[in-house]
Design a protein around this ligand. Structure first.
Ligand code: ADP
Ligand code: F6P
Length: 319
């Protein structure tokens, strides 16, 4: 029977991870379990940075950005020897089950541990919304709001000077932050993975906007797709639009989680513990059509990511 449960955060931090940690710990304590935290993700697991916690540990963390458990990236965790060390450490502390909060990479680590006999559950925490087995990852909505705040501010100054602003947003290789922020900010152009773009179309459209004497033009671009500074130069040269380039960067990962993320994290964290206690392990938690569900990790990792056809159509219709 599962008596001791540990929780860690791994990969890029995301607002709402603390709310998820809180929910896991409180749900475990509610069911009479001993609860442990592991600092610094899989690195801390290997190093035995493992500590028992009580309810007080979770006070005043639901609204905190980042992750109080810290996060780390440990590429060596792909090696079986290192994973076996992790299993040994869990045994040293008599830990019966592990909850990991992170993205696909974190899920792969959990799958490997599960294959070595550790009962595990994964919770999707990432600003990118790039996990196929859930409609929303914890942190996505907060990052989206942050991006919208930034674009609102950029628009103020951009409008005062009739400028074009090229804004690069995060997402790793997922276009959701770009697509959703483009809709919310009524961006003039969106350049992202799921939204094919053609340079000539971009310049033609911006020339038209300039000719119409619109006060600004906002171009949202997904990271890792093209050189935004070069694009900015090309826009100036080929359209005459004075262009600013803004790479929003890591500020998108910071800040207090919005209410949506706090609630999502609370629901997912408690579901993770209930799954473990019901003997449902080797699963990841997802939010699908408002339901909080558990999906086999292997299946989850094979799921194709949905391209949001309806949202892309909407962008095409409204831009
Ligand atoms: P995310 O979890 O947000 O996708 P990463 O891709 O950085 O972030 O993965 C987080 C950590 O998960 C990595 O640093 C590594 O320790 C572990 N990990 C990633 N891929 C694998 C894999 N294929 N097998 C085992 N562990 C992995
Ligand atoms: O996965 C979250 C994320 O912020 C991505 O959007 C981005 O590509 C990456 O992490 C940046 O990673 P790092 O903080 O290691 O530079």
């Amino acid at each position: 029977m599962i008596q001791r449960i540990a929780v860690l955060t791994s990969g890029g931090d995301a607002p709402g991870m603390n709310a998820a940690v809180r929910a896991v710990i409180r749900a475990g304590l509610f069911y009479g379990k001993e609860m442990y935290v592991i600092y610094n993700g899989y690195r801390g697991l290997i190093e035995g940075d493992i500590h028992q916690v009580n309810k007080e540990f979770t006070q005043d963390i639901i609204n905190k950005g980042g992750t109080i458990l810290k996060s780390a990236r440990l590429p060596e965790f792909k090696e079986k020897e290192i994973q076996e060390k992790a299993v040994e450490r869990l045994r040293d502390y008599d830990i019966d089950a592990l909850v990991g909060i992170g993205g696909d990479g974190t899920y792969r680590g959990l799958l490997d541990l599960s294959r070595l006999g550790v009962p595990v559950v994964g919770i999707p925490g990432s600003i990118d919304n790039d996990v196929a087995s859930t409609d929303y990852t914890i942190g996505f909505m907060t990052a989206l709001n942050t991006i919208c705040d930034c674009i609102d501010k950029i628009k103020d100054t951009s409008s005062s000077h009739q400028r074009c602003s090229v804004i690069e947003v995060m997402g790793r290789h997922c276009g959701d932050l770009a697509v959703y922020s483009s809709i919310a900010e009524a961006a003039e152009l969106t350049i992202t993975y799921d939204h094919p773009f053609d340079e000539e179309h971009i310049f033609k459209r911006l020339r038209k906007i300039k000719a119409q004497k619109k006060s600004h033009a906002i171009v949202v671009v997904s990271e890792n797709l093209l050189d935004v500074r070069e694009l900015g130069k090309q826009i100036e040269e080929r359209t005459g639009f004075k262009t600013n380039v803004e790479v929003l960067g890591h500020l998108q990962r910071g800040g207090a989680p919005c209410a949506f993320d706090r609630i999502l994290a609370s629901r997912m964290g408690s579901k993770a513990v209930e799954c473990l206690l019901e003997g449902q392990t080797g699963v990841v938690i997802g939010s699908i059509d408002e339901d909080i569900v558990a999906i086999d990790i292997e299946e989850a990792l094979k799921m194709p990511r949905n391209i949001h056809e309806n949202l892309l159509k909407l962008i095409g219709m409204l831009q």
